[in-house]
Design a binder for this molecule. Structure first.
Ligand code: AHR
Length: 499
């Protein structure tokens, strides 16, 4: 039995809804087929965006979408993707699978997708192979209202009104695929490029995001922040509003990452051990950020995270298509709980990637679509969006196999705008159910409801059995001063308590 303590009056940081963000890249079947099928497709669509996928994404309240990459971003020249589709450049997507990129999905289509999803826009600019002028003109094209060459071009292309760009990334992985730079060199480029990410609308500021480290590369964080803060007025906080962090959970080696669906119990625990590293990374990079930015004005933006396994047998290795199981669900749950707990610094996160690539919430096959176990986790956690994190702690024991031991339980709790207490708790053990006695202070719970996602560690949804893994109602009991319930092995429970 585990004791669980929640102080609902102990309000901590706001859990930005953007922590539940997503990432879409011109990679494999993410954009083409997954999100965009074109107006002439037989698959039901609105302005080319497939209706089933948009509906499923709206259900989980996607708050923000990052595009066009990833590594693709630093090879993307936005002018190739505007104007009449028949005249747009066709080219090879050299980075991802060597297939033809016909640029039929460009800026207008991305903005239309975000309109349909009702989400914020996060556009990633090209520093690696693009110019300052190109980036500056893209921002002008998207956001300037008035007479200007780019605003006129936008109008000529059918959209006189400017769009709202909520977030703008100045380059992607510039330590690697985005130009193989040193932190100091990139830091100087960042200072220069961001100068021309103009804020045309005072009431709609663009949040500028600098390319941060890969995984545990603290030397990048140190070199970058030193460069950004050099001669920066304190109120400019290093010319940046956010710094990215990329971390993928890879249980094997780079060349043999491991199968998404066929794995041993030891590999299951190994995967969770690696996923839990996210917390160390936030702490380590956060400590460096604290030296420059103790008031935490610069957000840590974990804009690529998730499990990365070998591609499904028989699929294009450059497409990064992988299935999704209860193991992915547990990784999503523990990671989102970590982000919630660190929401004083982590201001946005984007799972990689939304559809058909890596740890996706949706998989498609022609006209068919399935919601993955990870989709169900995002659906269960969505009530944390914009809620206040509250103090909570749970007694845990270690579970696992061999060298791979993890705490059995992961949790976070928040109070949402309607005053409801939202609790998400996962049991990482594959064998032991865990009864939980919860003491709640600062909250007089009168009504509680819950749902659960459970299954074998490798349980998955397939096109033949799309609902093999899905959440269902679950019973929890209100007690004098708290709650009593059991979290079964390999499951995630979401509880809502009302006063
Ligand atoms: O998500 C796949 C790739 O992983 C992205 O393009 C890149 O940013 C990262 O290395």
């Amino acid at each position: 039995m585990s004791k669980y303590y929640i102080n609902a009056a102990g309000r901590k940081s706001r859990i930005n809804k953007e922590i539940y963000g997503h990432f879409s890249e011109h990679l494999g079947r993410c954009i083409y087929e997954g999100l965009y099928v074109g107006e002439d497709s037989e698959i039901p669509n609105v302005n080319g965006m497939r209706t089933d996928v948009v509906e499923a994404l709206k259900e989980i309240k996607v708050p923000v979408l990052r595009w066009p990459g990833g590594c693709f971003a630093d090879e993307y020249h936005w002018k190739d993707g505007i104007g009449p589709k028949e005249t747009r450049k066709k080219m090879i997507n050299t980075h991802w699978g060597g297939v033809v990129e016909d640029n039929s999905f460009g800026t207008h289509e991305f903005m239309e997708l975000c309109r349909q999803l009702g989400c914020e826009t996060y556009v990633n600019g090209n520093v690696g192979s693009g110019t300052v002028q190109e980036m500056s003109e893209w921002v002008e094209y998207m956001t300037f209202e008035g007479v200007s060459p780019m605003a006129d071009l936008r109008a000529k292309n059918g959209h006189p009104e400017p769009w709202k760009v909520d977030f703008f990334g100045v380059g992607n992985e510039n330590w690697g695929c985005g130009g193989n730079m040193t932190p100091e060199y990139y830091g100087n480029l960042y200072r220069r490029y961001q100068t021309y990410v103009r804020q045309y609308n005072a009431d709609q500021p663009i949040t500028r995001i600098a390319c941060g480290p890969n995984s545990g590369d603290t030397e990048w964080t140190k070199g970058l922040l030193k460069t950004l803060f050099r001669n920066s007025e304190p109120q400019w906080h290093g010319f940046a509003d956010g710094m990215s962090l990329h971390y993928y959970t890879i249980p094997g080696s780079w060349n043999h990452k491991g199968s998404a669906t066929e794995f041993t119990t030891e590999e299951y625990y190994l995967t969770l051990t690696k996923a839990l590293d996210m917390e160390n990374l936030i702490n380590r990079h956060g400590a460096i950020m604290d030296q420059y930015d103790p008031e935490k004005k610069i957000g840590m933006i974990v804009d690529e995270w998730g499990n990365w396994f070998d591609v499904e047998p028989g699929t294009n290795p450059g497409f990064l298509y992988q299935q999704n199981t209860m193991r992915d669900a547990l990784v999503a749950a523990l990671t989102l709980n970590i982000f919630n707990k660190h929401s004083d610094r982590v201001k946005m996160a984007c799972i990689a990637q939304m559809v058909n690539v890596l740890q996706s919430v949706i998989l498609t096959d022609g006209p068919r679509m399935i919601k993955t176990p990870t989709w169900h986790v995002f659906n269960m956690f969505k009530d944390h969006q914009d809620a206040d994190l509250v103090e909570s702690s749970i007694e845990t024991g270690l579970v696992g196999e061999g060298d791979y031991k993890v705490p059995n339980l992961t949790e976070s709790a928040s109070v949402d705008a309607e005053g409801r207490l939202q609790i998400t708790i996962g049991n990482l053990s594959l064998t032991e159910d865990c009864p939980v006695e919860t003491s709640i202070v600062g909250f007089a719970g009168k009504k509680a409801c819950a749902c659960i996602l459970r299954g074998a560690m490798d349980a998955k949804n397939t096109f033949e059995e799309p609902d093999a893994v899905q959440s269902e109602e679950y019973k929890v009991e209100l007690t004098d001063g708290g709650l009593s319930f059991t979290v079964p092995a390999c499951s995630i429970v979401k509880i809502t308590v009302e006063e």
